[in-house]
Ligand binder design. Structure first.
Ligand code: ADP
Length: 627
C-alpha cells in the first residue's frame, strides 16, 4: 500500500515536471512566434521604405544621361569628331558631373569607344577606352536604357552605370553613360539610427551592397556556368571570387520573408548575444532587377521568448506547486480523517472489548466471590470436622485411658481386697500391730486410687490451650500413667533420658500428653512382632528450640508410606483409625512446632524415630497447671 502510494506520488511529480517543461517550452515558442510576427509586421514596411529611399535617390541619376543626350553639341561631336569639340564637351561633362555629384559622365560612339568624359583630366580617364563589352553600352546602343552595376575596369571603383542612346534623325549615333558611386548608400546604413542589417543583391543574387562588410561581393546561391561566364565577359566584378555565403533558412513566411542564420556574419553591429539568426524581409528595387533585403537580429525576439518562458515557468511552477501542496494537504486531511475514523473504530472495538472483559471479570469476580463463600463454608465444615476429629481423638484417648485406668484401679483394688481381708483377720486374731500396718497400706492404696481419679478429673477439666509454657517431663509422666501398664504387658523396654533441669516449652499440656501417648502407643504397636522391643526417649536441646526424639525398634516406615502417615485416616492397622499422627501433628503445629519422622539406620538399632520440635518457653512460667 505505501509502495503503491509512493509510485503514485512519483508519477504525479514527474507529470507535474513534464507539464512544467511543456508549458515553459510552449510559452517560449508562442512568445517567439508572436514576437517574430510583430517583427515581421514592422520590418516589411521598413524594407519598403529603404527600397523607396534608394529608388528615389537613384532615379535622380536616371535623367543625367538623358539630359546630356539632348545636347546638340554632344550630337555634333559624335557626328564630326575633332579635338576642339572633344575638349569643350569634356569641360561640359565635368561641369555637369560636379553639379549632379555622379562618379563620371561620358560619351561613347556606336563602337563603344569613349570620345569624351568628365574625368578626362584624371589618370583613370575613360577617354579612349572601349566599353563595347559592357551590357549598359549594348543595351543603349540597341535603343534601350542601360543599367549595370560593376567594378570599373579603369578605376577599380564599383558603381552603377546608367546609359541612354543618343539619336539623331531617328538614328542612334552614340551612347551617353553615367557612373554613380553607391558608397553613400552603404555609408547611410552605418548611421547609428539604423539598427538593421541591409544588403542589396543584383539579378544574379550577387551581394553588391551590404551593411555587413564581409558579405559584399558574395553570392547567396551558387552561380550557374552561364551566369559566371556572362560576369566574366562583362568584367562585372573584376577579379572578385564571389564566394557563396552559407545562410541556412530556418523558416519562410508566405511573403518570402525568411528566418535565416548567417554562420559568420562578421558584423560589427550585431548584438553580442546574437547567434547570427535574423529575420530577413526582401523588397524589389525597381526599375533595377535588384532586391534589397533588410535583416533584423532575432536576439530581442529570443529575449522576449526567454522572458515569457521564464514567466510561464514561474507561474506554472507556482500553480503546480500550489496544486501539489493542495493535493498533499487534502491527502493529509483525508488520512487524518481516516486515522480518526480508524481510531474511533478501534476505540469502539476497545470499548466493546473492555465491556466484554469487564463483564467477564464481573462474572469471574462473582464466581470467585461464590467460591470464597463456598471456601468459607468448606473451611467452616473443615473446622467442624477438625473439632470433631479432635473430639474423636479425645474419645479414642479416653477409651485407651479407660482401659489404663481399669488396669491401674484393678491392681490397687485387688491389693485393697487382700489387705482389708488380712486386716480383718489380724484384728480377729488380736494382732493389732499387723492390722494397723495393713490399714496404713490400705490408706496408701486408697490415696493412690484417689490420685488416679483426681488425674481423670484433671484431664477432664484441663484447659486446652495450644500455647502455654509447660513442663515436658511432667507431661511425659502424665502420659506414662496411662501407658506403663501396656508397656509392661508388652514387655517393652523404656529408656527415657531427660536432663536434670525441667524442660519448658510452648504447647498445650493435654495436647503434648496426647502426642506422647499416641507416639508411644504407635511404637508399642509397631514392635508387636519385634524381638527387641525398646523405646528410647531423649531430649536434644538447641538454642531456640527443643527436639524430643522417640525411637523404637520396630520395622520402621517404608518409603512409599512415609509421606502418607500424617494424613488423616491413613492406617495400616486393622483396628486403627488413622487419626493419631494427624491429630498429633496438628497439636504440635498449633504450638508453632513441627512433628517429623525418619527411619533409623540399622546401626542405630533400626525402627522409626519421631521428632517433636517445640519452642522453648521463658523459664519460670511452667507448672501453672490447673488441678
Ligand atoms: P493408627 O495408629 O490408628 O493406625 P496413626 O495415625 O497413629 O493411626 O498411625 C498411622 C500409621 O502410621 C500406622 O497405621 C502405621 O502404619 C504407621 N506408624 C505409626 N507409628 C509407627 C511406628 N512407630 N513404626 C511403624 N509404623 C508406624
Amino acid at each position: 500500500m505505501p509502495n503503491h502510494r509512493n509510485l503514485k506520488n512519483i508519477a504525479t511529480v514527474v507529470l507535474a515536471v513534464c507539464l512544467l517543461i511543456a508549458m515553459t517550452v510552449m510559452a517560449y515558442w508562442w512568445a517567439k512566434r508572436r514576437s517574430l510576427d510583430d517583427m515581421h509586421r514592422v520590418l516589411a514596411p521598413r524594407a519598403e521604405f529603404y527600397a523607396a529611399t534608394i529608388g528615389g535617390m537613384l532615379s535622380k541619376y536616371e535623367f543625367l544621361p538623358l539630359a546630356v543626350a539632348q545636347s546638340a553639341e554632344v550630337a555634333d561631336l559624335l557626328e564630326h569628331t575633332d579635338a576642339g569639340k572633344v575638349s569643350r564637351i569634356n569641360d561640359y561633362l565635368k561641369d555637369i558631373n560636379t553639379r549632379v555629384g555622379a562618379f563620371a559622365v561620358y560619351i561613347l560612339n556606336t563602337q563603344g569607344l569613349v570620345l569624351a568624359s568628365s574625368n578626362w583630366q584624371e589618370p583613370t580617364s575613360y577617354v579612349g577606352q572601349n566599353y563595347a563589352f559592357r551590357p549598359y553600352f549594348q543595351q543603349a546602343v540597341q535603343g534601350g536604357i542601360g543599367h549595370f552595376y560593376g567594378i570599373g575596369v579603369s578605376t577599380g571603383e564599383a558603381g552603377l552605370f546608367i546609359s541612354q542612346p543618343l539619336r539623331r534623325g531617328g538614328r542612334i549615333i552614340g551612347v551617353v553613360a553615367a557612373k554613380v558611386s553607391l558608397d553613400w548608400i552603404e555609408r547611410s546604413w552605418s548611421a547609428p539610427a539604423v539598427v538593421d542589417q541591409i544588403w542589396v543583391t543584383d539579378a544574379n543574387g550577387v551581394v553588391i551592397l551590404s551593411s555587413i562588410p564581409g558579405l559584399k561581393f558574395t553570392t547567396l546561391a551558387p552561380l550557374s556556368a552561364l551566369q559566371r561566364n556572362a560576369i566574366l565577359v562583362q568584367r562585372q566584378f573584376f577579379r572578385e571570387p564571389l564566394p557563396v555565403v552559407d545562410h541556412p533558412v530556418r523558416e519562410e513566411f508566405a511573403d518570402g520573408a525568411k528566418v535565416l542564420s548567417l554562420t559568420d556574419p562578421a558584423s560589427n553591429r550585431a548584438a553580442p548575444s546574437s547567434k547570427g539568426e535574423f529575420l530577413a524581409v526582401g523588397h524589389s528595387l525597381a526599375p533595377l532587377e535588384w532586391r534589397i533585403t533588410v535583416l533584423s537580429d532575432l536576439a530581442p525576439v529570443r529575449a522576449v521568448a526567454r522572458n515569457a518562458a521564464l514567466a510561464a515557468f514561474l507561474v506554472w511552477a507556482v500553480i503546480l506547486l500550489s496544486f501539489l501542496y493542495a493535493r498533499q494537504r487534502s491527502r493529509r486531511i483525508h488520512e487524518r480523517l481516516a486515522a480518526q475514523e480508524a481510531l474511533k473504530q478501534a476505540y469502539g472495538e476497545l470499548e466493546i472489548k473492555v465491556e466484554q472483559r469487564t463483564s467477564d471479570l464481573q462474572d469471574t469476580n462473582q464466581r470467585l466471590q461464590a467460591e470464597v463463600v463456598e471456601r468459607e463454608r468448606a473451611e467452616q465444615t473443615l473446622r467442624y470436622a477438625q473439632v470433631e476429629l479432635v473430639q474423636s481423638g479425645k474419645l479414642a484417648a479416653i477409651g485407651q485411658m479407660a482401659a489404663g485406668i481399669t488396669h491401674e484401679l484393678n491392681q490397687p483394688l485387688a491389693a485393697l481386697q487382700t489387705f482389708s481381708d488380712n486386716a480383718r483377720a489380724f484384728i480377729v486374731r488380736g494382732r493389732n500391730a499387723e492390722a494397723l500396718e495393713n490399714l496404713s497400706i490400705i490408706s496408701d492404696l486408697v490415696k493412690r486410687l484417689g490420685y488416679i481419679t483426681s488425674q481423670l478429673k484433671a484431664f477432664a477439666r484441663r484447659r486446652d490451650d495450644s500455647k502455654r509454657p509447660i513442663h515436658v517431663q511432667r507431661a511425659f509422666e502424665q502420659a506414662m500413667l496411662l501407658l506403663h501398664a501396656r508397656i509392661d504387658a508388652e514387655q517393652v523396654q523404656l529408656n527415657v533420658v531427660w536432663p536434670e533441669q525441667p524442660l519448658l516449652v510452648l504447647c498445650s499440656e493435654i495436647g503434648l500428653e496426647q502426642v506422647f501417648a499416641n507416639l508411644l502407643h504407635n511404637a508399642v504397636d509397631a514392635m508387636a512382632a519385634s524381638e527387641v522391643r525398646r523405646i528410647e526417649v531423649r531430649a536434644v536441646q538447641h538454642t531456640d528450640d527443643l527436639e524430643i526424639h522417640i525411637s523404637d525398634t520396630g520395622p520402621g516406615i517404608s518409603a512409599a508410606l512415609i509421606e502418607k502417615i500424617f494424613d488423616p485416616f491413613f492406617t495400616t492397622r486393622d483396628q486403627g483409625l488413622g487419626l493419631g499422627l494427624s491429630i498429633s501433628a496438628g497439636i504440635i503445629r498449633a504450638a508453632g512446632g513441627s512433628l517429623a519422622v525418619r527411619n533409623r539406620t540399622a546401626q542405630d538399632g533400626g525402627g522409626a524415630v519421631f521428632i517433636i520440635r517445640l519452642m522453648y518457653a521463658a523459664a519460670g512460667e511452667a507448672g501453672n497447671r490447673e488441678t
